[in-house]
Design a protein around this ligand. Structure first.
Ligand code: GTP
Length: 237
């Protein structure tokens, strides 16, 4: 099947790399995710990945700390994850480049928008690390910002749940699943999909977000082929 999108941003949470441990990096899990990315890569789709850092550090672990410091610690943890993804992808012959929003040039190249686009055109997966480089912004907001900057057609927001629900489906078995939502629905209903900064950035730049479960094998490819999985968040035309 022909892919529906030519250029995508995949947002992975840090926890997605931790596997069952819930902490750190589980190499077989990283391998499985990268195999799924490779399937899409082989369809000639240009792929940028934004990865979180919650498997090492979350802002809330830093209760009592200066928030900006806790956030910088989180940004550093995303760099570890980005390097793990780069390594796993390259070991399966998928060229990948990490770009960091905070310069650490001995470790990876700095984020340069035009260079990132060039990498994509040359069929390299680009992994954006260190968030936006600013405290008080999440990695979800990074996904929105980078998607706007590189002109991606969609954000694939990979989650541990398979879609957006009106309540936590693990706690409430009657939670209602949404197939589609508008950005305003997400904000007005206080749905915990992305933070409001991330959602409004997508709304203002008309970038659709597909929320789907990463645990189901082949889901990234299904999403890219336009199969109706998960929840799509976009403006109703
Ligand atoms: P092209 O110029 O399109 O050929 O891209 P390229 O990434 O293959 O070539 P480049 O010479 O820019 O980079 C070669 C390798 O060095 C790649 O793995 C880059 O990710 C890496 N690299 C480039 N710039 C930096 C940097 O500032 N710091 C670090 N640590 N690595 C870098």
């Amino acid at each position: 099947m022909e892919p529906k999108y030519k250029r995508i941003v995949i947002k992975l949470s840090g926890e997605a790399l931790a596997g069952k441990n819930g902490f750190g990096i589980d190499p077989p899990t990283v391998q499985r995710i990268c195999e799924a990315v490779k399937e899409v890569f082989e369809k000639d789709v240009e792929i940028a990945i934004v990865v979180g850092g919650g498997n090492f550090w979350r802002g809330r672990f830093g209760e009592g700390m200066v928030k900006a410091t806790a956030d910088y610690m989180g940004m550093l943890s995303t760099v570890i994850n980005a390097l793990a993804l780069q390594d796993a992808l390259e070991q399966m012959d998928v060229p990948a480049r990490v770009q960091t929003a905070i310069e650490m040039k001995e470790i990876a190249e700095p984020y340069i928008r035009r260079k990132a686009v060039r990498h994509l055109e040359k069929k390299r997966v680009v992994i954006f690390a260190a968030g936006t480089g600013n405290p008080f912004f999440t990695t979800d907001t990074t996904a929105s910002l980078r998607a706007a900057e590189i002109d991606a057609e969609i954000i694939l927001l990979a989650k541990s749940v398979d879609a957006v629900y009106d309540d936590d489906p693990e706690v409430n078995p009657n939670a209602k699943k949404y197939d589609e939502l508008t950005y305003i629905d997400v904000i007005n209903q206080g749905l915990k999909v992305m933070d409001s900064t991330a959602i409004t950035l997508c709304m203002d730049n008309d970038i659709p977000i597909l929320v789907f479960g990463l645990d189901e094998p082949g889901n990234i490819l299904r999403a890219v082929e336009g199969e109706r999985i998960g929840t799509i968040i976009e403006e109703v035309k």
